[in-house]
Design a protein around this ligand. Structure first.
Ligand code: UT7
Length: 361
């Protein structure tokens, strides 16, 4: 029997309209554009305001609707939908069930996966397994977070980092030599002290006290997390590169988790990649946790060519981390109003580029 591979055949995405820039941020907490740009690399972030919509399902529903519209895939043929998020709408039911309902995917089953910022990387491995088993032919994988729902806007150590957004991919069965080739995924269980949300789960239930103590927000010891992120992402990428006999010239793109531009540069440097080989959108997307990898694919899709060798890497709470190697399955500019060269040569601005790709409702 021919080997069945799982290949991405389309990307959809959504970021809310409201843009919180560093100037506004510096009116909220004691910070500056200069500090944030130098230490993190974020200029603006998208924020979901309650008057626009609520919950991660709102972001994902729009991303999936865009995906279905652009790929012209019949919603009835979607067999599963996996959601990677740390900010589900509710403890239960799952965000996947809400997105499936909103998008009318009446033949799909679905579930949420929580692996913090590594969620989408893990979900690609799980989704690929569903397909290569031969039992499923077409699924959707969503990654995204409503990070502003758990960001403490009184804590300057964390609030400039995060943004809201979600994206999704269509994953299908193929016997062509494309798709997800290899994943290296790890958890060490040591990451709780420097990165967690203290209350709200079954270990520490919500109470007046937990609210008064502001325990329902991201707690992060940035420097500790930074060191682990650089080391573990770099090691994971090196492992994937070596065991697939890739050289830096073979790799068309590195897709790193967008947590800090200094982390992204350090990882790229370790395997000898130039800036042009790295997907970076942290400056205008910030850290959307489970959303960073698929949102990068969504933005760079028009530049991707069939056969491009892509390495993904992520790191998050847990600690969770890993890397994956994929051979891209289609020329991305087939979904764009402009050929890829227009963007590469600067003939259209990023804003115009987005507008033509149906970013906003
Ligand atoms: O996505 C999950 C994984 N997360 C990550 O990978 C994040 C990893 N960590 C980081 O990206 C960085 O550690 C941060 C961006 C969070 C912080 O940057 P840093 O360079 O590690 O800064 P720091 O925490 O060591 O703080 C340096 C100084 C401190 O002042 P003192 O003690 O040296 O006087 C902070 O109080 O910068 C100060 N500081 C700020 N100053 C202006 C911290 N936040 C701010 C701020 N504006 N927003």
């Amino acid at each position: 029997m021919e080997k069945i591979n799982a290949v991405i055949t389309g990307v959809g995405g959504y970021v809310p309209d409201y843009i919180l820039d560093n100037e506004e941020m510096s009116r909220i907490v004691d910070t500056s554009d200069e500090w944030i740009m130098e230490r993190i690399g974020v200029k603006t972030r998208h924020i979901l305001k309650p008057e626009q919509g609520s919950g991660t399902s709102y972001l994902m529903t729009r991303a999936v609707q865009q995906l279905l519209e652009k790929t012209k895939v019949d919603p009835d043929t979607i067999e599963a939908l996996i959601v990677a998020t740390t900010t589900p709408d509710y403890h239960f039911p799952s965000t996947a069930s809400l997105v499936i309902g909103n998008c009318g995917l009446k033949n799909a089953f679905g579930f949420d996966m929580e692996a913090a910022c590594s969620g989408f990387l893990y979900a690609m491995e799980v989704g690929s397994g569903l397909i290569s088993s031969g039992r499923h032919k077409r699924i959707i994988i969503c990654g995204g977070d409503h990070m502003s729902s758990m960001t403490n806007y009184e804590d300057r150590n964390t609030c400039p980092i995060f943004g809201d957004g979600a994206a999704c991919v269509l994953m299908e069965a193929t016997t062509e030599n494309v798709g997800l080739v290899d994943s290296y995924l790890r958890v060490d269980g040591q990451g709780f002290p420097p990165l967690h949300m203290t209350a709200g789960g079954s270990a520490k239930m919500p109470s007046h006290e937990t609210v008064d103590n502001r325990e329902h927000y991201v707690y992060q010891e940035g420097r500790t997390v930074f060191k682990h992120a650089v080391t573990n992402m770099s090691d994971a990428v090196e492992t994937i590169v070596k065991r697939n006999n890739l050289t830096n010239n073979d790799i068309a793109w590195l897709v790193p988790h967008q947590a800090n531009v200094r982390i992204e540069s350090a990882v790229a440097k370790r395997i000898g990649l130039s800036e042009e080989q790295v997907m970076i959108n942290i400056d205008h997307m910030a850290n959307t946790s489970g959303g960073t990898l698929p949102l990068a694919l969504w933005e760079y899709e028009p530049l991707l060519k069939k056969g491009d060798k892509i390495v993904f890497t992520a790191f998050g709470a847990g600690f969770t981390w890993g890397a994956a190697y994929m051979i891209w399955g289609y020329d991305g500019d087939k979904f764009s109003d402009y050929p890829a060269d227009f963007y590469k040569e600067g003939k259209v601005s990023r804003e115009e580029w987005y507008a033509k790709r149906g970013k906003r409702d």
